[in-house]
Design a protein around this ligand. Sequence first.
Ligand code: GN1
Ligand code: MG
Length: 362
Amino acid sequence: MKKNLEKIAQSFNIDGTVQSVEPLGKGLINDTFIVRTAENDAPDYVMQRVNHAVFKDVDTLMTNIGAVTSHIRRKLEAAGTPDTDRRVLEFVANKADGRLYHYDGDSYWRIMKYIDRTKTVDTISPESARTTGKAFGEFQAMLVDIDAELKESIPDFHNMEYRLRQLRDAVEADAAGRAGSVRELLAELESRADSMCRAERMHREGVLPKRICHCDTKVNNILFDENGEILCVIDLDTVMPSFVFSDYGDFLRTAASSRPEDDPEIDKVEFDMDIYRAFTQGYISAAKGFLTPVEIENLPYAAALFPYMQAVRFLTDYINGDTYYKTAYADHNLVRTRNQFALLQSIERHQPEMAAFIAANI
Ligand code: GN1
Ligand code: MG
């Protein structure tokens, strides 16, 4: 396996000679490795095996990523931003046909330059929430005028109606015999189903646009420098057309929760309004140039939507017998579901306060 990984890394147009390949990070979907090169003046790289069961169309996915990263790089350079190399990921083409991925007959691989002296975090302060909000607003703003027509790398990824259909199908099939034990949770989720599908309805009515979003803006998908300044967002697989709610909501889901998404102590799960306020101010300051009143008005809904959607997705996977998310123990997906539901309940208590804050800050 090891030899093989080194060979795969060398099949890309990287600088230097591969010295070692070791596992990196804790993503729930792809397998990630750090590739160290022997030469001092050659960069190191991050190599990933793309989860092909999740991302069925790797060509589309890498075309999206190529379009977005080069568009952002051009914008940063045009604006004279220092350290461009550290502010946007750079993928390397394969030697064979110049595509940004390599297919070895079984798995799809890609490789990008490693950005050194960075950290990822799982918790965040109000000050960094503010700059992160600004960074996501800027990320979306930079992509407002992208020429390339991006496709959904996972069809219906953040479509709430679709996620609920998947949950109902899972209950119907009950493949792992677990549905009976989660009736109460199911009833709680169903009772909110209609109001949570508001985004899809507004989109059909033509009052809510789709824009290019990151769609996986959880805190640990952000690189910070050694001083805690935000550098860039990573994990770009899910960059696709979506509602702006995706990035706003998924960030708050992870950053404004008092506990990680799989913490079993759910009575300690609470939504942090200081983080909410700081992030929202930062985000609105950078995004108000393109956001519509409907988008702004629905930001509190977006904050609730993502813990809700994640609870639906975790519970679906639990009922299906853990076929999607990596799990470390038998009830892991159920614990995640309860945690996200507790977060949702906390957010529901804060909804009026959130709406008032937004009204006062636009
Ligand atoms: C997955 O790949 P990772 O671990 O950053 C998932 C997200 C979920 C997240 C929950 C493609 O993200 O949608 O929000 O887990 N990505 C995909 O932690 O399903
Ligand atoms: Mg990740």
